[in-house]
Design a protein around this ligand. Structure first.
Ligand code: FAD
Length: 287
């Protein structure tokens, strides 16, 4: 990692499949589940998309060989596996995702499709529907900031459906997304109610103490026991809270991004929490 390794490493534990498997093993020792993300979004290069698929297939083999797949799955950004290739994007991403789902199935685990900006939502949900015909265990992500998401939650709150609910990490225009943080939070709670009242498996992805507390009370209200839903947080963010929830008996999964293409991921994290920007600048100056 060429720049400011300190801050990068606090969010991205390594560059290689081995380092990802090591991080998974370390988190497993603390009773935490994992979803691995091989970084490399927005590619326009078919070879790079193929290399990303190969990396996923390999890391799944490594997890399986090390007995780690009971508690670890993978998260995939379709734009990293070809979704933006001109003309053939949708088809390529679907075929590549199928290859990863097959490898995950063979390793005894699952895939969750990350959600990217709103221009990709329909394509991603349609690829999810296709994949679920053969791999019904495939999970989806919905973003509370989008106006459409409460309806998408209703459509996906069925038995066997795994849905990660997050607030949404992309800058979106006001015709499709809530702009005010309070409106995003209200939408998050409405979506939580739909998912927790439904028949699927909600994956509650947030670091927000209020959302975590509300999710806990809603889970009790809808008769959900720990294990019928899970909390998810990003690697390096509120690690004490991750452990606290796990010690309390909740299922907690840590999203672990790894690889050399960490720049876009890190910039989104810095934009969300400008306090971190000063650490980043200091670590650049001290180089
Ligand atoms: P925010 O509104 O950012 O923060 C609310 C409160 O949480 C803060 O006031 C603070 O109290 C606490 N908090 C937040 N960050 C920190 C921190 N760094 N340190 C300490 N406290 C903090 N987005 C997508 O668009 N697509 C995806 O596929 C996707 N997958 C995700 C997977 C996981 C597991 C997670 C956790 C997030 C994912 N995201 C994804 C990102 C998500 O959409 C948000 O951008 C991100 O989680 C920040 O929102 P938040 O809910 O944590 O709360």
């Amino acid at each position: 990692m060429p720049v400011s390794a300190g801050i990068v490493r606090s969010y991205v534990p390594g560059e290689t499949n081995e380092s990802a498997a090591d991080a998974t093993a370390g988190l497993a020792q603390d009773g935490l589940l994992v979803t691995l993300d091989f970084l490399g979004e927005d590619t326009l290069d078919a070879d790079q998309a193929e290399a990303t698929v190969a990396a996923y297939v390999d890391v799944l083999k490594q997890l399986s060989a090390r007995g780690l797949t009971r508690g670890a799955e993978v998260s995939v950004k379709l734009s990293a596996i070809g979704q933006f290739l001109p003309e053939v994007g949708h088809k390529t991403a679907l075929e590549n995702a199928r290859t990863i789902c097959r490898a995950a199935r063979n390793a005894g685990t699952t895939v969750t499709l990350d959600m990217e900006d709103h221009t990709t939502t329909d394509s991603t949900l349609s690829i999810l529907r296709e994949l679920r015909k053969d791999f019904p265990e495939t999970g989806a992500v919905l973003q509370a900031m989008l106006h459409r998401t409460e309806a998408d939650c209703r459509a996906l709150a069925h038995e066997g459906s795994r849905v990660r609910l997050c607030k949404g990490a992309y800058l979106e225009p006001e015709d499709v997304a809530f702009q005010d943080r309070l409106d995003v939070d209200k939408s998050y709670v409405r979506c939580l109610k739909v998912l927790l009242a439904g028949e699927g498996y909600p994956m509650i992805a947030t670091h927000d103490p209020r959302m975590i507390e509300i999710a806990g009370s809603l889970a009790s209200r809808y008769g959900r026991t720990p294990g019928t839903y899970e909390f998810q947080m990003l690697y390096g963010i509120r690690p004490d809270e991750q452990r606290r929830l796990a010690e309390k008996g909740e299922r907690v999964r840590v999203y672990v991004p790894y690889g050399t293409e960490w720049y876009g991921y890190l910039m989104r994290r810095l934009a969300e929490r400008p306090q971190n920007l000063s650490f980043f600048v200091k670590s650049l100056i001290s180089k």
